[in-house]
Design a protein around this ligand. Structure first.
Ligand code: ASP
Length: 384
């Protein structure tokens, strides 16, 4: 009997304890009648139309799709290599990013849909011309979805040929859109947020991935597979994307965009410039081949501070005498190439400043649209 009684008391106590917070919570959720009435009093009859438009005014961002892994698809969620880049359209990428439309008034155009190893100077000219056209009107910023393999080249080309303070941002992904933990959607959201921001104006073309904002001149792909592949090496990236807004810490002092002297508006092609790599025992066939192939300019990916073998130096000097412009860059990946008469600079070879070979090629192509004079080309390499 006593036992039964104590079980009943315990049960009463336990049920009471459990029930109490639930009831309390329900009470808290139920708005007191007075509070509800007060809230209704505070609700404005109708927001003024002007204020309504003000609150909804989003930056106008145009996405130019070119393909790449960000638009890539594989056979399964676990396929991380060997997938097909450039498979989905820019519209499909937009549809896959929740909330993107809260950040900008977005429209999309498909300029190409390729792996960026198939990028061409012809597509660059299309991109630069379209970006200039859009930014001269009411577009506030441009995002270019792009493969990562040559993205550093495209962003530097646009940095030198887009004549606007408004942001041009390139973005890509290292995992295809179909992959587990695909990095494309967040990268795209952040790129749009940066492209539509006032903070990104006047900073040159930018590459945004992994919450990092890189300047066009320094950024380079450093890893074959990792999502954090883009680095700006010695000079560092410009800022972070935090909570989907840009935070800048630095800008480039080299000329770009609206201060650039290069005008591609009437060009249908760029001068032919090739790159020749150096190594122990490097033969001369490659260099002689590009000379025979009528390159107007050659970038040498030299050793260390832009050094080449004595044999190669001889052929380089002969090429300069024929009117071919030669720029010495470095295969090391970082550092400045300094003027050195013993490395051919006395004969008119030009040191590439701190541009890597593929970026030195872009600047040389644009320089050759204006001049062949080594002195002028030296000035250009010290300026951009
Ligand atoms: N692997 C490349 C990428 O990351 C393919 C490309 O560059 O299009 O996008």
């Amino acid at each position: 009997m006593i036992k039964r009684l104590s079980v009943a008391i315990l049960c009463l106590l336990f049920c009471g304890l459990v029930a109490l917070p639930a009831v309390q919570a329900a009470e808290e959720k139920k708005p007191a009648k007075a509070t509800q009435a007060q809230a209704e009093e505070k609700k404005p009859e109708k927001a003024a139309p002007a204020a309504q438009t003000e609150a909804k005014k989003l930056p106008k961002v145009t996405i130019l799709g070119t393909g790449g892994t960000i638009a890539g698809s594989g056979g399964s969620a676990t396929q991380l290599t060997g997938y097909k880049p450039g498979d989905l359209t820019a519209d499909q990428l937009i549809a896959a990013v929740p909330g993107l439309k809260d950040f900008a008034d977005i429209s999309a155009e498909q300029v190409a849909n390729i792996g960026s190893y198939d990028m061409t100077t012809e597509i660059w000219l299309k991109l630069a011309k379209r970006a200039n056209e859009l930014l001269s009107k009411d577009t506030d910023g441009i995002v270019i979805t792009h493969g990562t393999d040559t993205q550093e080249e495209t962003v530097y080309f646009l940095n030198l040929t887009v004549k606007s303070e408004k942001p041009v941002v390139t973005v890509g992904a290292m995992r295809p859109a179909t992959a587990i933990s695909a990095d494309g959607p967040l990268n795209l959201l952040q790129a749009v947020a940066v492209a539509g921001s006032k903070e990104a104006r006047g900073k040159g073309s930018l590459l945004v991935m992994n919450g990092e904002i890189n300047g066009a001149r320094e950024v380079t792909k450093t890893n074959t597979l990792q999502p954090e592949t883009f680095r700006s090496n010695d000079l560092g990236f410009l800022g972070y994307v935090v909570n989907n807004a840009p935070v800048f810490y630095r800008t480039s002092l080299r000329k770009h965009t609206k201060d650039s002297e290069f005008d591609v508006s009437k060009l249908t092609a760029l001068p032919k410039v090739e790159i020749v790599y150096t190594y122990v025992d490097s033969g001369l066939d490659a260099l002689k081949g590009v000379i025979a192939g009528k390159a107007e300019g050659i970038v040498i990916a030299g050793m260390g501070n832009g050094s080449v073998s004595s044999e190669m130096l001889k052929v380089m000097k002969e090429a300069v005498a024929q009117g071919i412009v030669i720029v010495r860059s470095s295969r090391t990946g970082t550092g400045m190439i300094t003027f050195d008469p013993k490395k051919g600079d006395d004969a008119g070879v030009v040191a590439a400043d701190s541009l890597n070979p593929q970026k030195a090629r872009i600047l040389l192509m644009l320089a050759l649209t204006k001049t062949k004079d080594p002195k002028d080309i030296r000035r250009i390499f010290a300026t951009y």
